[in-house]
Unconditional design. Structure first.
Length: 415
């Protein structure tokens, strides 16, 4: 992201994208954000590892009933920023911040972590761990247990320990998938496949692989006819191991809906995805963007997208979902305003720019829509729908020559 703009520097103004600034009061439930752990080792390529360790702790904490945990996208937006902890907590609307560092040398790791009360900067807990790599899961559990005790919440025990080498491939998969380009999602897919080659019963790797296949198909980076059966098979494999995996139900819901137009089957899986014990923000985003508008339930769609943003307020992906749900509800002016707020976080995020262009066409701002679609084509040339929409916007704006030149050009990149 860019400097995360004023959204992070003025949290009280309502510019974090929560869309209801008058409700931005301190939460009554315990709440925490896990910042990306600093990679202080000699090998800068180990950032995936320090990020992954922080995210694993985040995921562990997210399973604690009664604890609000901010998702990765928003927490990790503060990477490398020298900023007051109180401001970070204010932007994310949490009471506590966990920060730390990782140094890795060969098979040895040193992890430091500290839990901070953002209201006064007091350290509630801190610890340093010098361990062998084989103890990495024990470190995560010990940190999670210490935090749960400090915040007076209950941490459930880990149900399964995976192979460390497989886990590292899973970390790399998550690392690349977060970059959200066809090339990086393809790299993520490869790492999830390598994790499963080592540990075939690794549910999270099956789930990650399913999502990667689904995204590659939705992006147009690979043929849907190839990706859909692979995504379904991987999601079903994940659910065979863990039947309450929210994201795997989401993959099955999305493939049924946007690939097959089987809205009955899509609805069943979406409902399961948002009624699991641990509902992922992505599940709410997909429910609000891909299913509810298609079935005419636009008010519910807006609410689901807002709920996704409550858990991950700086996710541009989830902002794009809210914008789409507003467009589907006929609220184009509100969609444009929401897009403008989101672009303060990152002015080049293609999905928000694309949705902005659609909303601008909806209120007759054809020339502005041309600018938005042209920017999408510049920053995300693989976004095939943007090329066709740019041609249409030129026609609506009266530039029929440019419209005809671009008409029908919807390139699909293969990676």
């Amino acid at each position: 992201m860019s400097e995360v703009r004023a959204a992070l520097e003025e949290p009280a103004s309502g510019r974090t994208g929560l869309h209801e600034p008058e409700k931005q009061t301190p939460e009554k439930v315990p709440s925490i954000a896990v910042l990306p752990f600093a990679n202080i080792g000699a090998d800068k390529e180990n950032e995936y590892f320090s990020d992954g360790l922080a995210e694993e702790i985040l995921n562990l904490l997210a399973k604690i009933p009664g604890l609000k945990v901010i998702a990765r996208t928003s927490s990790f937006a503060f990477r490398g920023r020298e900023q007051d902890i109180t401001k970070i907590a204010g932007a994310l609307r949490v009471q506590n911040i966990l920060e730390g560092s990782v140094r890795r040398a060969g098979s040895r790791i040193r992890v430091t972590a500290q839990l901070i009360d953002a209201s006064d900067g007091a350290h509630l807990w801190s610890e340093r761990y010098d361990r062998d790599m084989t103890d990495v899961f024990a470190i995560q559990d010990e940190i999670g247990q210490a935090i749960s005790e400090a915040l007076k919440v209950r941490l459930a025990p880990r149900t399964r320990v995976v192979n460390v080498e497989a886990w590292e491939h899973w970390l790399k998969g998550v690392h690349y998938r977060a970059r959200n380009t066809p090339e990086n999602v393809a790299k993520a897919k490869d790492h999830f496949e390598r994790a499963l080659a080592i540990d075939p019963d690794y549910a999270q790797a099956h789930s990650g692989l399913a999502l990667s296949y689904c995204v590659l198909g939705a992006m147009g980076a690979r043929p849907v006819s190839e990706m859909k059966p692979l995504a379904i098979r991987a999601a079903e494999s994940a659910l065979a191991i863990g039947p309450s995996d929210s994201e795997s139900h989401t993959v099955l819901a999305v493939t049924a809906g946007i690939f097959d137009y089987d809205w009955e089957r899509a609805g069943k899986h979406h409902l399961k995805s948002v009624t699991c014990e641990h509902v992922s923000p992505r599940a709410r985003f997909c429910y609000g963007k891909y299913y509810l508008p298609a079935t005419g339930r636009n008010t519910e769609a807006i609410e689901q997208c807002r709920m996704a943003l409550q858990a991950d307020p700086l996710s541009l992906l989830f902002h794009s979902g809210l914008i789409w749900s507003l467009i589907c509800a006929g609220q184009n002016a509100e969609a444009i305003a929401a897009a403008r707020r989101a672009l303060e976080i990152d002015p080049d995020f293609h999905l928000v720019l694309f949705a902005l262009g659609i909303a601008q066409l909806g209120v007759g701002l054809a020339e502005e829509a041309v600018d938005s679609f042209r920017r999408v084509v510049e920053v995300a040339p693989w976004h095939h729908d943007a090329h066709g929409c740019l041609a249409a916007a030129y026609h609506v704006a009266g530039d029929h020559v440019r419209g005809r030149e671009l008409g029908g050009n919807s390139p699909v990149r293969r990676v």
